[in-house]
Design a protein around this ligand. Structure first.
Ligand code: MN
Length: 362
């Protein structure tokens, strides 16, 4: 372990060097929490959902009470937390696992409601909030329309997908129109973790590894490779994808994935798979941006920056799942200059989410 000095108090957020923009910050409308609770009470949803949300909704501890009050708030509670944590601006998005586990039309209603709430918060506090659209990908036609509405009418800056949709992944041909719409609207897709799908979760669940501790990364890292291998970035070269947790371990695996992808191509082992114009790691450095959500750890951040380029690594806190100013300080103490820290905290986020230049302090 490094011998860093003890964390300094968080700097005031108005010292003018750069804004701290946090890019993976969760919101849940109270109505969604109510429906999650109803699913738990009726043993609905998948095993991963029940494992994750039974902790937050069936436990009455100080930690879970605080969490619930934070995740459902888009006003004073969140703003005062941000001030205390040293965060100038949050890019808001629907919490995992979103609404894909609900039946229609409830899923569509909750996605649209989330977008209305987030858009309203952005209008009320334009200096403090931007937002990503929620969709309900079990209904691709609705999702495409809702994404258009959210971007064009509500001013949202991208779309979040909480990994699998009832066990289906975004490399399935049925999702092509979703990708094409994001590319056409020129907005990024944020691939956020979910607990692993039913086909993947077994040995993670019975060892208590299904959630953020490891299973999120297994699920989401695999999903990301499937997306890359689908050739979607060859079909839509301008498409932008953002992924949290420093790329869900993919930067670490990139060399080996490239190597065996080439071996598999040469031996014609998976003829149904589209051939890619470039090695898989190329897309990691071209179409994909990484955020530091939940990964306040210098060696991992520096490694990810080395692999994909410093201008593709963005700050995120993962509020309210993680909410600690000490984690902000880890980023502040990275061995890079102020200009690179500005990239990490502000400029890279402005670029990938196309945030308005006038965004600043209110
Ligand atoms: Mn998150």
């Amino acid at each position: 372990m490094s011998s860093s000095p003890p964390p300094a108090p968080s700097r005031p957020s108005d010292d003018g060097r750069y804004l701290r923009i946090a890019t993976e910050e969760a919101y849940a409308p109270p109505a969604l929490i109510h429906e999650y609770r109803r699913l738990l009470d009726t043993h609905g949803g998948d095993a991963g959902f029940r494992s994750l949300w039974s902790y937050y909704l069936l436990n009455r501890t100080a930690h879970t009470e605080l969490f619930r009050s934070r995740i459902t708030d888009l006003g004073d509670r969140r703003l005062s937390d941000m001030a205390e944590l040293g965060i100038d601006h949050q890019v808001l998005s629907l919490t995992t696992p979103g609404v894909e586990l609900f039946e229609l039309p409830l899923a569509r209603e909750l996605a649209a409601m989330t977008n209305e709430h987030i858009a309203q918060a952005c209008r009320q506090h334009p200096a403090r909030f931007s937002g990503l659209a929620a969709v309900a990908l079990q209904d691709v036609e609705f999702s495409v329309k809702e994404l258009r509405r959210a971007v064009r009418e509500l001013g949202l800056k991208g779309v979040i997908v909480n990994s699998h949709t009832r066990g289906e992944y975004l490399d399935a041909p049925k999702f092509e129109e979703f990708w094409a719409t994001a590319a056409e609207l020129d907005v990024p897709v944020y691939l956020h973790p979910n607990t692993p799908s039913e086909g993947l979760i077994g040995p993670l669940l019975d060892s208590g590894l299904d959630g953020a501790i490891f299973g999120f990364g297994v699920e989401t890292g695999m999903h990301l490779i499937r997306i890359i291998f689908s050739g979607v970035f060859d079909r839509h070269p301008g498409l932008r994808l953002v992924v949290g947790h420093l790329g869900e371990a993919l930067p670490f695996w990139a060399f080996r994935v490239d190597h065996f992808h080439q071996v598999q191509d040469r031996t014609g082992r998976y003829p149904w798979r589209p051939s890619l114009r470039q090695p898989p790691s190329h897309y990691l450095k071209t179409n994909i941006w990484l955020t530091t959500s939940g990964m306040a750890w210098e060696p991992a951040i520096m490694f990810a920056r080395q692999v994909v380029g410093a201008d593709r690594v963005l700050y995120a806190m993962d509020y309210p799942f993680q909410a600690a100013s000490a984690e902000v300080e880890v980023h502040e103490r990275l061995p890079v200059g102020d200009e690179e820290k500005r990239t990490l905290f502000e400029t890279a986020a402005r670029g990938v989410f196309a945030l308005p230049p006038e965004l600043g302090r209110s």
